[in-house]
Design a protein around this ligand. Sequence first.
Ligand SMILES: [Zn+2]
Length: 482
Amino acid sequence: MDNRVKIADFIESRGARYNEFADEIWGYAETAFREHRSMEAQIRLLEEEGFKVTRNVGDVETAFCGEWGSGKPVIAFLGEFDALAGLSQKAGVACKDPVEAGANGHGCGHNLLGIASIAAAAALKKIMADEGLKGTVRYYGCPGEEGGSGKAFMAREGVFDDVDAALTWHPANCNYTAGDSSLANTQIYYRFRGVSSHAAAAPHLGRSALDAVELMNIGVQFLREHVIQEARMHYAITDAGGVSPNVVQPYAEVLYLLRAPKSGQVKDIVERVDRIAQGAALMTDTVMEKDFVKSCANIVNNETLERDLQKNLEYYGAPAFDEEDKKFAEAIFATTPEAGRYEGIIKHVSKDEAGRKALEEAKKYALPCTILPYVPTGIAQGGSTDVGDVSWKTPTAQIYMGTWANSTPGHSWQVVAQGKSAMAHKAMLQAGKVLAATGLDLILDPELVKKAQAELKERLQGETYVAIPKGVKPRGLSGAKN
Ligand SMILES: [Zn+2]
């Protein structure tokens, strides 16, 4: 029997169990670095599948690794399991209806993400054991993807250094192999300390921290003209100093999120923003303190792995959706914002005839039941992910599998509503099969591993990984309820 058929049979035979775990984690909906129950669930599943589990990987409390086998190659599957704040939503309904207003929800499908990657690891282990193949299979439980960059903290500690290749996926509203990149980013608090004073009676004695924040922001607005086009500089005033205009604000704080296509470019922008912050402190006679939160690297694409993933994605195709799936997908599709319709597909098809055809075909269905052609652009698509950090350390590639109705926006109540649906379950298992089959290709063909590694070296062109500074620790999302 073909190994890819064996992989599918194994994953389908365990499917009901995998679905249970994905649903359990959907229920916990824990945000970055607080995913203790979700982690315990995944560890239970890994142990059930016969993996040896190591906790506290890279000195991150909710990071862990399941391992089976020995020696080279080391093939890793990456999984996530964190939720988003404020996206609580009932499952299985096509209208906005929170379980508990303001609570968390799995608005990015990470309840499915980790489980499919465990399924892939388990299926690969099964084939390797049956056929007596050599090598090591790992599943990395990577916490805090949303706003936390868990993998960047793990990468800083060398967690992925001995991995020969890493594979992952992400839930989506269409099916494709990622041939595009993501933006590198860095998040930093700038805090200013001044002197409080009566704003009318003794303004000359006050030193305003709020003035410093405002001047810093103006400085950065002027900087915008003098950075590369693709840079993004976002900020939030997280503490404006208080509610009293008759007090000179002695403390104020602004959080910056700086992005660019490459980690080195972000580093340059950060240095310039730092100098603006120092300038604002000088102008206002306040004291500035910088608090580095986290950073993540851009994705270094690996066409060798991507082509293999696409081959297996086309082999398995979209899952066999049924009438019930179709009805639910149509109801969800009707709620999606018209302005964003088909955006996921438009972004990932080429601008030529083949791309137009693929778009027209995909548009016919509310369900993600077509496989988009592979387009290796290497261009950053706007967002950021800490998968990028792994991709600097070892050849890494990912697929996107349609677990949600066509045009479902990311980080939305619609994602949460579909998170326990039959269509999400089916697509999750399908993703597991594609990852396992590519893992097996790597185990069976040492030349493929070598080629992927040579490609990574070639793409990096001697550039070195920009790690999160030593001493910076992972932290959860402030204001999240859990
Ligand atoms: Zn995500």
